[in-house]
Design a protein around this ligand. Sequence first.
Ligand code: C5P
Length: 317
Amino acid sequence: MEPVRAYAHAKVNLHLGVGPARADGYHELATVFQALSLRDEVELAPTGVDALGPMVASLSAAGPFAAGVPEDETNLAWRAVEQVAARFRAEHGARVLPQVDIALHKGIPAAGGMAGGSADAAAALVLADELCARAYEVSGLGREALLEIAAGLGSDVPFILMGETALGLGRGEQLTPLLARGWYTWAIITNAQGLSTPAVFKKLDELRAAGRVAKPSLDTAGVARALLSGEPAQLAQALHNDMQPAAISLLPQLRKVLESGKNAGALAGLVSGSGPTCAFLVEDEDQAREVIAQVTADNRGTRGYVAWGPAPGVERV
Ligand code: C5P
């Protein structure tokens, strides 16, 4: 069997409203996701061995953002493949399945608040579904089942599967597509230091308990309206992230990164998700390059990339 490949894209949260922590430890979100052109490529290469046991034989990561990516069964892409295999066996009876080597090509900053790990999981889900469907000579699990498995893997995985622009409620996994006119250009600034998503949520809870940050901002109507206008300047006015003060509190350099980007002429900038990546909305590619030059000159350990949105969901290559 030939290897199969898919692309999955990064995301930015145009609006990220975070409610209080729930009993299950997650926070209720009201977020607007947009998929960006930065992408990972995932390959599943059958080893030639068919087995009744685990489907994944190995996982390796390469590319600009491969550093620190786990290459064992803790990787979300690995878990995604095993969960698809388990679902096929539960639905259609135990059967040998092709063992696969997973190869990730990382074009999305890792530990950056851009859903890089989720992207690999989403692409792996689609590819494993295809290989298992072929082995069982049935059609795939279908969109609903894949979205359900995706939500179990991580809060951002369902959106990455779907792509484009969407409202996310619940943990972020309850999705409604949003109409977005036009294209938006972004200057994406990564940081040498990563931030852990649970740590940023915890810091936000602490800041709130101490009365040091504003109440949750759960109204996404402003962003939805701005997206209908297709005007970057209007979207710039509407960008918002409740997690930003918590990310800045853990990594104070982000305040200066955001200032540099504004001084360099960006329409607006914000921390992407739980950070530390910052996303600057700009007029065009030339302005993106100016913002990147200025911010990376001002801030040690930062790097810049131009990105466009909205981008599609998982795409078979
Ligand atoms: O869903 P995911 O595994 O990506 O979430 C990682 C962590 O981020 C969770 O364990 C939780 O601590 C935090 N989180 C949260 N509320 C959300 C999403 C994530 O508190 N809606």
